[in-house]
Ligand binder design. Sequence first.
Ligand code: ZN
Ligand code: ZN
Ligand code: FE
Length: 734
Amino acid sequence: MTYRIMIEGTVQGVGFRPFIYQLASQFKLSGTVHNGVQGVEIIVSCSEEELEYFTQAITRRLPPLSSIDTLEVAQIESRDFSDFQILKSDNSGEKTARIPPDVSICSECEKELFDPSSRRYGYPFITCTHCGVRYSIIYDLPYDRVNTSMKFFKMCKACEEEYTNPLDRRYHAQPIGCWECGPTLKLIDSVGRDVPAPTILDKTVELLSEGKIIAVKGVGGYHLMCDATNEEAILKLRERKQRPTKPFAVMVKDIEMARELGEISTHEEELLSSKERPIVIVGERAPRPTGIAPNISRIGLFLPYTPLHLLILDKLQCPLVATSANVTDEPICTNLEDLEKLQGVYDYALEHNRDIVNGCDDSVVMVVGEQEVILRRARGYAPVSIKLPFTLKHHVLAMGANQKSTIAIGFENQAILSPHIGDLDSIGSVEYYEKNIKTLERMYGFQADVIVHDKHPYYESTKYAKRCVGKRNLREVQHHYAHILSVMAEKQLAGKVFGVAFDGTGYGDDGNLWGGEFMVCDYKGYERIAYLNYFKLLGGDKAIKEPRRVAFSILFDLYGEEALAMQNPTTKAFSEVELRTHFTAWQKGLNAPLSSSVGRLFDAVASLLGICQVMSFEGESGMLLEELYDDSIEGYYGFEYKEGKIDFLPMIEALLTEPNASVAVSKFFHTLVEMIAVVYAPYDLPLVLSGGVFQNRVLLALVYERFPEAMISNAIPPNDGGIALGQILYDISS
Ligand code: ZN
Ligand code: ZN
Ligand code: FE
C-alpha cells in the first residue's frame, strides 16, 4: 500500500528530509520525501504496520531544530518505488511552511572550528544543517540556497559533495561554505579603506584590546563592539552614540565568563546557552565598569552565537560591549551603506560579503520567579508562528502599535509575528516597517482582506494602514484590549478573563491616553471595569520623556496654585518661569491630555523622590525605582476606589512626607499590587496581565507572589511588541 504523510511545523531548513531519508533506509522503506510550500511531504509504500512504526519514529526522534504541528496520513493510489529518494522542492500551492529563525552555532561545528585537522578550522562562517543563519538570509520560501543570499557563492567540490550526501551533517545546509568557496571577512577603517593585516581576526582583536570601537557584521545586522573592561572605550562609545545611560548588552565568551559578571540561575543559564542565545538580563556581580549600565544593578549578557563571535572572543578572552549599530530612532544597520551613517561612531568595521536580507535585532529575555518574560522577540525566535485558539474568518494583517512595533499576519488558525521592528519615530524606521510587512506577505504569498490597526489616529502604523488599505476592510482595536487579547491568544484562553493592562500610554475610547486599565475581556469585546483616575500630561508627548512634568501636574491636582511654592525635587527641576507656564497650562488644560497611565505614575513617583526628572531612555524611571526596592519593607499607601475610578492622590500625599526613598518606593510597589487585589476581588475569572509596565521585575514578582495563577505572555512581549498578535484575534469578534 502507498501512503502520503503530510507534515507541517518547523520542518524546513532543519535537516528534516535527510532525517526522513535515514529513517526510511533504516526501516528499509521505499518512496520519496520533498519540501512543499506547506511543509514536508513523504510518500511511502509499505504495510500498515510498517507505517505505524515509521510515523512513531518520526515524532520520537525529531532533529533538534524541528517541531511538528500536524502529521496527516492518507492512503493513496498504490505505487512502486525501487528505493527512497529526496526530491526537489515543490513551489505550488498556498504557502504555509514556516520561515526558520536564525540559530546559534551547534556544538559539532564549534568543535570543528577549533580543530586544526578540520578543513574548516578557524573558518568564521562554518555551519551545518543543525545550526546557523536562516531568516536573515532568506529572500523567499521554500528555504533553498537559490532563495538565499548564499546563491552568490558557488560551492566548491568538497562542499558540494557534503551538500548532496544525505548521510552528511551538511546535507542541504543552505549556507554551507568553506575557506575555498564561502563568504570572507574584510576589515575597513572608518572611511571605508581596507586595513592591511596578515590575519584579519588577529588585527581586529588587537584593535579591540587597544580600546577601539569596531562595527562587526553579525547575523541580522551590525553590532558596535568594544572591550567591556575598558571604561574609557565604553565612555567613548556612549559619547559618540549620544547614549548617556541606556544599558549596553555584553557578549561573554562562555558561561564561566558570564558568571564573573552576573548572578546566574539555572534557568538563566539554560536561556543563555539555548540555541536562540538571547540577551538575558541578570543581576550583576560587582565590580564591573560602571559605564555598561550606569546606576542599574542588572546586566544584559549573551553568549557568542556565530563562529565569528566565537573566534573573536576566543582570542580576546574578555567580555565585549555589543550594542546594535543604528542611528537613533532608525532600524539596525544591515549593510555598509547604512553603516556609513554611523561614521564617527566606529573606528573600524569588520565586514563580510554575505548579504543580510532581513534585518533582525538580538532578542532580550528575563526570568522573574518561574516566568520567562521576553522583552524583545527577534533573532533566534522570529518570525514565529503562533497557533490560535480559533479559526480566523479572514486573512488578517495586523499593524501593531507605534513603539517596539511588530506586525502580524493571520490565516486559518495561525498567526505569524514579525521580529521586533522598533519605534516608528523616523522615516527610515517607517520604511523598514513597510519592508517587513512586504517580506512576510511575499514569503507567505499572503494577501490580507482585513487590516487591523491601533485606535490611535496619529500612530505611523495607523497612517500606513489607511494609506495601503485599498479595497480591503479596515478595523481598529483599542490598545489595551489588544494587549490582553495577545495573552489570551498565546495561552489559548477561551471565555472571559480579568485583564490588567499597566502600560505607557495607549489611545482610549474616550480619546484620553489610557494605561492603568482593568477590563473584563473575551473575544467579543471588553468592559472597562476600572482605571487610574485621570491626570494631565503637561506638554503632551514631552511629558512622556520628562517625569517632572507628570509629577508637577499631579502636585497641582493635589495642591492647586500652592504647589508653585513647594520645595521638592520636582519643583526644583524647573525655573520660576517654567513653573508659572506649567501652572497656566494645567489650569486651562492647554496641551495637557488626560491620562490614566501607570507608566506615567511611575515617572511621577520617580520625580517626586528626586530619582529621575528627565529620562534619557524609555523605561529609565521604572528601572531606577527597582533599584530602591527593599523587600524587607512592608505596608502600602492608601488610595480610594469608587465607581470604577482609583484615586491615587492619597498615596502621593503620603509619599511626599516619607523621608526615606527606599521606604516610599517599596510601599508604592505594594500599593499597585493592592489596587489590583481590590479591583479584582469580586471577579472569579482568570487574571491576565499585560502592558509595558509589567516589564518591571519588582512589580511582576510582587503580583505573582500575591496571585500565583496570574498569566502574562511568555512567548511574546508584554510590551507593545505583542500588540499585533492581539489585533489578529480581533477578527473573531467582528
Ligand atoms: Zn552546526
Ligand atoms: Zn567549499
Ligand atoms: Fe502598550
